[in-house]
Design a protein around this ligand. Structure first.
Ligand code: NAG
Ligand code: NAG
Ligand code: NAG
Ligand code: NAG
Ligand code: NAG
Ligand code: NAG
Length: 550
């Protein structure tokens, strides 16, 4: 009866399970039974928890946006965007009066930056095209700006040469200023044809692109640019122009998608719209709070996905805005109504589902505000708070890893089992240290929950890009928040040197092995051997391509 039995034990490591093989010597059937009972009792954990491994086909990437990294705001024939005008206003609407005039200087250092992506072992690079680099005043009638065209041509060619997939955002908030001055803005249908004409040129010139994104985060863009006025062009018409923007931007997205499918039948790259979808957890189990959480989810996330994946606005949004509009004395709802043709035109304009996720809040029902005041927040009617148990990142957002699993499940439940790419996810540090353990913990815990969603809940997540490749101009926060895997010291280092934070090692390892290496826990961190960090400045010679004539 003597023999050796290999016993597979599931060892719990943070939120996933490692398989550990043990040898057990069998002396008698008694021990054999003991081993079997032991295995059964231990293996229970495994059917609940993931194995910490991403599939080989899963694509990881790093994300950026033109205005946040390029700089060179007025070089080589580039026109001004509303952002160029906004940051130069006096008084400045940006923290510390900062601007994106130079930002990371990626217009000159693009080659170095692509090597940073490649150094991480990523499979794709997500970046955006600055409309005004190609068409300085936004209109397509005139000739394309050659310097801008060559810049993106070279960039995309190098991305491909490095074995990375180019993932391109067509509009990441930098509307040409001339259009805006001519009254053509995201609150007016007249922008749609012009936007389609611009995107047609981009698509035509860059057939190498692997994945297309029409618009980045219309919720943030419409709400903050046309409702609250904290993003360019700084309009404050909450509850009116923010809805008008959502309406126009959805039609513009659909028009680009339809043009692409019709005019570029040989292109294989999938196209979609990126929606940022946060998570709202009911604060209590009271029906009113559960409804409040759902209402906010529909007002933010559903506002864009519902028209694209199902058709028309979510009904709770239609009802709320209509009800308040009436009581506030408007003749019709402040939420524009889609015609039947528009509903059909927008429905189905997606090849995958793209979502950005950053944070979670508790949501509670709020009493109805008086009807003498129009405001988007009064339409939503929800109070947000954070649980005191939640850890806060340095940007004051709560770190709630299970929020992403709930978002992914919500997306599946609402819109079906689409292929999902998480196009942005990240956290910021305060820039004071390269030892960004907080970020590594963030990604460990969030990735565990994404794996739970994939392996346990069967949500089809196929890729994820981190926000962001490197510290950059974070819109109205200026350079104060540091979302990058690479640090840039904007204030004290005029060379804008990119220095790897520790999380660079984490991503190198993840990309190489496809496995999470998160064995340490919080304060008790045991760092795997990730190779050098901090000192390993990327050695690409900037001067070479600075002088390299485009
Ligand atoms: C096994 O998992 C189930 C489902 O969650 C749980 O209720 C049960 O307590 C677990 N049993 C053991 C022995 O851990
Ligand atoms: C920003 O500019 C204003 C003048 O427009 C000046 O008074 C203020 O001190 C500046 N703030 C910083 C942080 O530089
Ligand atoms: C759109 O712009 C045109 C002319 O530029 C103007 O007549 C029209 O009122 C605008 N529509 C809206 C909804 O602002
Ligand atoms: C868009 O392009 C088409 C075809 O080139 C042209 O006929 C049309 O006038 C353009 N629209 C605008 C608004 O520029
Ligand atoms: C709500 O109810 C569920 C199960 O009934 C429970 O697990 C959860 O903790 C409750 N949530 C709150 C905030 O009370
Ligand atoms: C609206 O009415 C409330 C009380 O009825 C009052 O306190 C508030 O100041 C009013 N707000 C505006 C903007 O008029």
């Amino acid at each position: 009866m003597e023999g050796i039995l290999l016993v597979y034990l599931y060892k719990k490591v943070r939120c996933y399970n490692l398989i550990v093989v043990s040898e057990v010597k069998m002396l008698s059937p008694f021990y054999l039974w003991l081993a079997v009972i032991f295995i059964i009792s231990r293996s229970n954990a495994s059917h609940l928890k993931n194995n910490g491994v991403f599939p080989k086909k899963f694509i990881f990437g790093a994300a950026t946006a033109a205005y946040q990294i390029e700089g060179a705001w007025n070089e080589d024939g580039k026109g001004e965007s509303v952002w160029d005008e906004f940051v130069h206003r006096s008084p400045s609407p940006i923290a510390n009066n900062e601007t994106g005039d130079v930002a990371c200087d990626s217009y000159h250092r693009w080659k170095e930056d692509l090597h940073l992506v490649s150094n991480l072992g990523m499979q794709y690079y997500r970046f955006s095209i600055a409309w005004t680099r190609l068409f300085p005043d936004g209109y397509v009638g005139k000739k394309i700006n050659q310097a801008g065209l060559i810049y993106y041509k070279k960039l995309i060619q190098e991305v491909v040469k490095l074995g990375l997939m180019p993932v391109v955002t067509l509009f990441h908030w930098d509307l040409p200023l001339k259009l805006y001055q001519d009254g053509i803005s995201w609150t007016n249908d007249s922008i749609i044809d012009i936007y389609v004409n611009y995107t047609r040129q981009v698509i035509k010139h860059f057939p190498e692109v692997s994945i297309w994104i029409t618009v980045n985060e219309p919720r943030i863009y419409c709400r903050y640019s046309y409702g609250l006025g904290t993003l360019a062009p700084g309009i404050k018409e909450s509850g009116i122009l923010d809805y008008q923007c959502s309406y126009v931007i959805l039609k513009a997205h659909a028009a680009v998608y339809r043009m692409y499918k019709k005019e570029f039948p040989l292109y294989k790259a999938p196209m979609s719209i990126v929606v940022d979808c946060q998570w709202y957890e009911p604060e209590t189990n009271k029906t009113a709070d559960i409804q409040a959480a759902d209402r906010q989810q529909q007002f933010e996330c559903g506002m864009y996905y519902h028209p694209v994946f199902i058709g028309d606005w979510p009904s709770v949004v239609v009802e709320r805005v209509a009800e308040r509009s009436k009581k506030e004395g408007y003749k019709k709802s402040r939420l524009p109504k889609f015609t039947m043709e528009e509903i059909k035109f927008i429905r189905g304009t997606h090849d995958y589902l793209a979502v950005n996720h950053y944070y979670t809040f508790l949501a509670a029902d709020e009493p109805e505000a008086p009807y003498n005041h129009t405001d988007y927040d009064n339409d939503v009617r929800v109070i947000n708070s954070r649980s005191p148990d939640w850890a806060l990142a340095s940007n004051k957002y709560a770190i709630v890893p299970w929020g992403v699993r709930r978002v992914l499940n919500w997306l599946k439940q609402q819109y079906g089992n689409n292929m999902i790419i998480i196009t942005e996810m990240g956290t910021s540090d305060d820039g004071s240290s390269l030892n960004d353990y907080e970020r590594i913990n963030f990604y460990c815990d969030y990735f565990c929950e994404i794996l739970e969603a994939m392996q346990i809940d069967r949500v089809k997540v196929i890729g994820l890009s981190v926000w962001s490749l490197m510290d950059n101009f974070e819109w109205n926060a200026g350079y104060a928040s540091h979302f990058g895997l690479y640090n840039i010291n904007f204030h004290n280092d005029t060379t804008l040197r990119r220095t790897p934070k520790r999380s660079v090692g984490f991503f190198k390892m993840l990309n190489k092995t496809r496995k999470l290496h998160c064995s340490g826990y919080k304060g008790n961190w045991t760092e795997p051997n990730w190779g050098p960090h901090g000192k390993e400045h990327y050695s690409y010679d900037n001067r070479l391509h600075r002088s390299h004539k485009l």
